[in-house]
Design a protein. Structure first.
Length: 462
């Protein structure tokens, strides 16, 4: 099994050349095609020593790049003494093999790079399982291809990563071991997933759950820490967070939601990773309200916001309300950009997780959604229901009180969910002169109330 471990394709501290092939219709950073790839490479610990770009109508079959460009790449690798080439595009195992033959050093693609970052970041048992599964599925065919031909060109002499490698017979053994290992890992993960699904459903029934989602580096963990007791790891690097955290978020008057922070999204996230990280995403993505955090100071914020929205649609998280949080407004180069954002997303809330600006408003909006629409109603509460009276005094806005012999009529502004909580404790209320249940349906239309979001069966995931 040792050949399959990730160490052999770690990119830490490797001198690396980045390659980007611009294909028609593919999204590209308008000012700086290498920015995201460079950030990813540096997050993985690579030292970027060169960059190479080509525009093509379509990838050239065997080598992805055109012939002249492959030679240019070979020369650049020599000149910069690079030991690694990282492609922004996804390559097939055969393309990697051909390129390595010509260029003479290790080649990886964007998906492998992201896998490598995840592998280094994973700390929890579940995250490690998830990463290992994705690696075995994605990397194994590539490692194999690499060993095959490097074995041929160097005549079996070890010359670096991937070449300490085994012969054909060993590969066959490894292939079977890998299959066994995958089966075992999937079984373990599936147990964890089943448990988490139950936990998520239970949590959604007992609490109002709010999930932070967003592109990597948008500021989710920083927000999380500001809004709750904290404890999330926030960092300038990409994919600082790989596992979910959940904490109470006090929204005032004894009302609290459960807020969760999770792994960030990225454009073209390798689908093996999405699949194996689904249980981690699940905890956040099946929340009853999603906060889509956007880094407004990033030039590509709009693309990032679209990526997140699309990913949520793809994984089936479409039932709950979404609120866009425009974060990092303190770092906007041109303050007027905020107006453009607000124009495009009229319901969004501008915040700065670092200065705290906008967080009160965010809390208020979430509170409104949580309580299921605030209405002004008159509640008649028997005076013996002292707990219900106390709860109303604390959680609702009481506008007026009129005492009768054994009851009090309270004019209040209150949310549907808060009334439900009081009723759930068995209090006998009447609302606007009618039995509570009868009035509820009339005053709060069905659509107002965020229902507990159920987690769909796993096969809805990609
Ligand atoms: N200027 C500014 N920086 C911020 C703000 N919010 C977060 N940051 C910084 O942005 C970087 C990323 O923040 P994180 O909270 O780790 O981002 P994340 O969304 O959790 O990222 P991942 O876990 O990688 O998905 C850190 O360096 C933060 O200090 C903000 O409102 N203003
Ligand atoms: Mg984070």
């Amino acid at each position: 099994m040792s050949q399959m471990t990730r160490e052999q394709v770690q990119v830490a501290a490797e001198r690396s050349v980045l390659v980007h092939v611009q294909l028609p219709g593919a999204w590209v950073d308008p000012t700086e095609p290498f920015r995201e790839l460079r950030a990813l490479a540096e997050t993985a610990g690579a030292i970027v020593v060169g960059e190479l770009e080509q525009k093509r109508k379509k990838p050239k079959g065997r080598t992805y790049l055109g012939r002249g460009k492959v030679e240019e790449l070979g020369a650049l690798v020599k000149l910069t003494e690079a030991t690694l080439v990282i492609f922004d595009n996804d390559l097939s195992p055969a393309q990697i093999r051909s390129l390595e033959e010509v260029v003479g050093c290790k080649i990886i693609d964007r998906s492998e790079l992201i896998l490598d970052i995840f592998a280094n970041r994973a700390t929890t048992h579940a995250a490690k399982l998830q990463v290992e599964i994705a690696q075995l599925e994605y990397t194994y065919p590539r490692l194999r291809a690499m060993w095959d031909h490097l074995g041929q060109i160097v005549g079996g002499a070890p010359v670096g990563i991937g070449t300490r490698g085994p012969g054909e017979q060993q590969l066959e053994i490894d292939r079977r071991l890998a299959q066994n290992r995958l089966r075992q890992l999937r079984r373990e993960l599936s147990d964890i997933q089943a448990r988490r699904t139950r936990e998520v459903e239970q949590r959604n029934l007992e609490h109002f759950t709010v999930g932070l989602v967003g592109y990597t580096n948008a500021g989710k963990s920083t927000l999380f820490n500001r809004l709750t007791a904290g404890g999330a790891f926030a960092h300038r690097k990409l994919f600082a967070t790989l596992s979910t955290r959940i904490e109470r978020w006090e929204l005032g008057g004894g009302n609290a939601a459960l807020l969760s922070d999770t792994v960030g999204f990225i454009r073209n996230l390798p689908h093996h990773l999405v699949a194996s990280f689904r249980s981690t995403l699940e905890e956040t993505v099946w929340a009853q309200l999603l906060l889509i955090v956007v880094d407004a100071a990033d030039q590509n914020a709009e693309m990032q916001c679209e990526t997140v929205t699309r990913t949520l649609d793809e994984i089936g998280a479409t039932t709950q309300p979404r609120l866009v949080v425009i974060n990092k407004i303190d770092a906007l180069e041109r303050p007027e950009d905020l107006l453009i954002w607000l124009n495009r997303h009229p319901d969004s809330i501008p915040t700065s997780a670092t200065s705290g600006d906008g967080l009160d408003e965010l809390g208020e909006r979430v509170f409104e959604i949580m309580v299921g629409g605030i209405r002004e109603v008159t509640l008649r509460v028997p005076l013996r229901e002292s707990r219900a009276v106390a709860m109303l005094e604390q959680r609702a806005t009481v506008l007026d009180r009129t005492y009768g012999g054994d009851h009090v009529d309270m004019r209040v502004r209150i949310g549907r969910r808060q009334i439900d909580q009081i009723l759930a404790r068995g209090a006998a209320l009447s609302i606007d002169g009618r039995p509570a249940q009868e009035s509820l349906a009339r005053i709060w239309n069905e659509g107002d109330e965020p229902s507990p979001t159920r987690v769909p069966p796993h096969d809805r995931w990609p």
